[in-house]
Design a protein around this ligand. Structure first.
Ligand code: IMP
Length: 430
């Protein structure tokens, strides 16, 4: 039996979709534990690219059970679009493959409207959210007034909650944000129809997962976003609204921490960020453009160009510590193919001081200048390499440097988007 958590170690978009897809082969159950359709997990199977926003990426493997844990927030409209699109591609032919916990909170039209209107109103102080209603739905969850999937499948409960909620939401939308109000009857009709169709997926995911673990099965926990976007540990307030770190896998599924065997952090060989907020190693020059071009760094959810920069070990060490990483999966190493020299940030200089720990305060972080080590590049195509021994010595030295500086072994290296462009060094499921 093995239980493995996958988390992003940076600001999301590290290539989790591909790694989850690789590890799903060894798993019986794959579960999402936080976030919603702000995520976009890209999977390339053969010549076909599929982007998953809400359903666990494991759904592309017939016979694997996929679960949406209590920590997730679900937009039913997007969920059903995703269901239809993957069914049309021949996946998810067995409805029993998917289970959703009744405690999942539902994204309502007013959550999306408030998210977008708040960003508009904030102007240059905006967070740069995905506009999917993520912040507002988690606010309602923590404010103990949210609508959960378990409510949606009971028309009377849903109607009462909606009626209670709308005056406050419409007051906010109209009077404070200057937006049109939302209408009760149309929301009720639309969401009741979703409720009827969602009922068949309902199940106690905590119980299912704990029973699976008791039965010596393998469980993969699929994180979304990344450590530096975590609501507690990220670059607050430029974060998402959920617990993206490994601890979130326990609270977001109802599986106890002692039942987890391994935590794999996904890190690109460089760094990207979408949205606003500090980014000490950001490159605004030709090298940054090269990383964006070679790495196809455009948001899988919003299409926004991602900000790019050098690998930041100060931030990565924080990720290793906070998540208790047992292994790192280093992705997109091939994107560095053309570079003669590669930089790795080892510390920050701030107010004349050398910092080796990631500052918690964004204002401090904004004032940080990166201090770099430079290592030689390999200047050749590594996208067909399948064994570490066949990598050029410069690429092996780069991997070794990442291991030494982070204090965490690299268990997998990805050299391209396809499944076969993967070098597995150590399998966390073994
Ligand atoms: P929200 O999650 O839509 O509220 O957005 C909050 C911040 O998290 C913004 O900077 C987003 O760009 C970022 N974010 C949310 N989801 C993702 C993701 O899946 N990948 C990368 N960044 C994300």
């Amino acid at each position: 039996m093995s239980t493995v958590i996958i988390v992003g170690s940076q600001w999301g978009d590290e290539g989790k979709g591909k790694i989850v897809d690789i590890y799903t082969e060894y798993a019986d159950d794959v579960v999402r534990f936080q976030g919603g359709n702000n995520a976009g997990h890209t999977l390339v199977v053969g010549n076909e690219t599929t982007v998953m926003h809400i359903i666990p990426s494991g759904i592309l493997h017939p016979g694997k059970r996929c679960l949406i844990g209590n920590g997730v927030v679900l937009d039913p409209q997007v969920f059903f679009q995703e269901v239809e699109s993957i069914k049309a591609k021949g996946y998810f032919q067995d409805e029993a493959q998917l289970v959703i916990d009744p405690a999942v909170h539902i994204i309502m039209p007013y959550h999306r409207a408030i998210d977008i209107a708040r960003e508009k109103k904030a102007g240059c102080r905006k967070i740069g959210t995905t506009g999917r209603g993520i912040g507002p739905v988690y606010e309602d969850k923590v404010g103990r007034r949210g609508i959960r999937l378990g409510d949606l499948v009971h028309p009377q409960i849903f109607a009462a909650k909606l009626r209670e909620m709308l005056p406050e939401k419409n007051f906010l939308l109209e009077k404070f944000l200057g937006e049109p109000p939302v209408e009760e009857a149309s929301i009720y009709d639309e969401y009741m129809a979703y409720g009827e169709r969602l009922g068949k997926y309902l199940g106690n995911t905590s119980k299912i997962l704990n029973d699976s673990i008791d039965a010596n099965k393998n469980v993969l926990f699929e994180g979304a976003q990344g450590t530096l976007l975590d609501i507690d540990h990220g670059t607050y307030p430029f974060v998402t609204s959920s617990s993206t770190v490994a601890g979130g896998a326990c609270t977001g599924t109802g599986v106890g921490p002692c039942r987890i065997d391994a935590v794999v952090g996904i890190s690109k060989a460089y760094v990207t960020r979408v949205g606003e907020g500090p980014f000490p190693t950001e490159l605004k020059d030709e090298t940054g453009e090269l990383l964006r071009r070679e790495g196809h760094e455009y948001g899988a959810t919003t299409g926004r160009p991602r900000r790019t920069g050098w690998l930041d070990m100060v931030a990565l060490k924080k990720g290793v510590e906070i998540n208790g990483l047992t292994g790192l999966a280093l992705t997109k190493l091939d994107v560095l193919n053309q570079l003669a020299a590669i930089r790795i940030c080892t510390a920050y200089r701030c107010d004349g001081q050398l910092l080796t720990e990631f500052p918690q305060d964004v204002d401090v972080l904004n004032g940080c200048e990166p201090v770099f080590d430079e290592v030689p590049g390999w200047r050749c195509d590594i996208s067909k390499v399948t064994r570490v021994a066949d990598l050029p010595s410069e690429a092996r030295d780069f991997i070794k440097a990442v291991e030494e500086m982070s204090g965490c072994p690299v268990v997998l290296v990805s050299v391209g988007p396809r499944r076969d462009q993967t070098i597995q060094i150590d399998n966390p499921f073994r």
